[in-house]
Design a protein around this ligand. Structure first.
Ligand code: NAD
Length: 297
């Protein structure tokens, strides 16, 4: 663990991810724009530096965990790459557009470095516990050199293919999740209208061909799955704003690649409206309440 890591973006996810690297004995130089994030990082054993470029200087590996592709590309194009020693491995863990991820990789390579996309699922709880799932788009050799580090922050690390393909896996998975959560929620509301109890629908569908994760692990109505956010006033979990973001990326990719993903595009519209109307802070499974409200209007 004598690698030096530059970690840029110490927010909800990046903060605990960097903390786990420091706890595992890595030298982590961290930077964020928000002073409170830097104070927490110091408490977590991260060496706070004055800029993103300072985090990259002298690092073997630079990890970014930022809100969106424009933040990642903004840094890559704004002097970060020049600040690093040749051959540095740049790992972007943010969830961003596939096209942006490929551009980030190409910029890193053009600057004499190595680049990969390694978006995650598992949320803040997974980041804190070090049990994230990583979906990696990278050359084989780069993947192998990053693997030990990713295994500190995550419990499951999958090499999905070449650069950009990690992001592809992330948005495809979340498109399945968004569409299936809407489908499950529509079925519960329709069942209610037809005099079918939530528990009875759950008992049937969870053992039949309607079975899926949105139903059996994350049931959007209170009762059947005690650990689902529905039993906790729809506190996230996975906030609707984040589902909106990920479906927006999926919709972009559908359009950009000529895929007639009618349900994926519709799911993006539904979560965008829900985000706008509610502020997006509730768990994404609260979509069931929006459907029920419309049903009763
Ligand atoms: P966040 O907003 O909490 O953290 C992002 C951090 O980046 C902020 O602290 C911000 O100050 C910092 N930042 C922005 N621009 C910067 C710059 N130029 N230099 C340094 N720091 C900068 O977001 P988050 O929840 O940690 O999510 C980060 C990424 O992970 C997003 O792409 C998100 O989609 C993805 N993601 C989030 C979750 C989740 O549950 N929160 C789960 C999976 C993936």
């Amino acid at each position: 663990a004598n690698l030096r890591i530059g970690f840029i973006g110490l927010g909800h996810m990046g903060g605990p991810m960097a903390a786990n690297l420091a706890k595992a004995g890595y030298q982590v130089n961290g930077f964020d724009l928000v002073p409170a994030a830097l104070e927490q990082a110091t408490r977590d054993g991260i060496t706070v530096v004055a800029s993103a470029a300072d985090a990259a200087a002298g690092a073997d590996i630079v990890i970014t965990m930022l809100p969106s592709g424009k933040h990642v590309l903004g840094l890559y194009e704004g002097g970060l790459l020049e600040a690093a020693a040749p051959g540095t491995l740049f790992i972007d863990c943010s969830t961003i557009d596939v096209a942006d991820a490929r551009q980030a990789h190409d910029l890193a390579v053009k600057a004499g470095h190595r680049g990969m996309d390694a978006p995650v699922s598992g949320g803040v709880a997974g980041a804190t516990a070090g049990t994230l799932a990583f979906m990696v788009g990278a050359d084989e050799a780069d993947f192998e050199s990053a693997r030990p580090l990713l295994e500190v922050m995550g419990a499951k690390v999958v090499h999905c293919g070449a650069s950009g393909v990690g992001q592809a896996a992330k948005i495809c998975n979340n498109m399945i999740l968004g569409v299936s959560m809407i489908a499950i929620s529509e079925a519960f509301v329709l069942g209610e209208k037809l005099g079918l109890s939530n528990q009875a629908l759950f008992d049937v569908a969870s053992n039949a061909s309607g079975q899926c994760w949105a139903l059996t692990s994350y049931c959007p109505v209170p009762g059947p799955v005690p650990t689902s956010p529905a039993n906790n006033d729809y506190q996230p979990g996975f906030a609707a704003a984040l589902m909106d973001k990920d479906l927006g990326l999926a919709a972009n990719a559908l359009r950009g690649n000529g895929v007639p993903g009618e349900l994926g595009l519709r799911a993006a519209e539904i979560y965008s409206r829900f985000h706008e109307e509610t502020g997006g802070t509730l768990d994404f499974s609260a979509i069931v309440n929006d459907i029920r409200r419309r049903a009763n209007e």
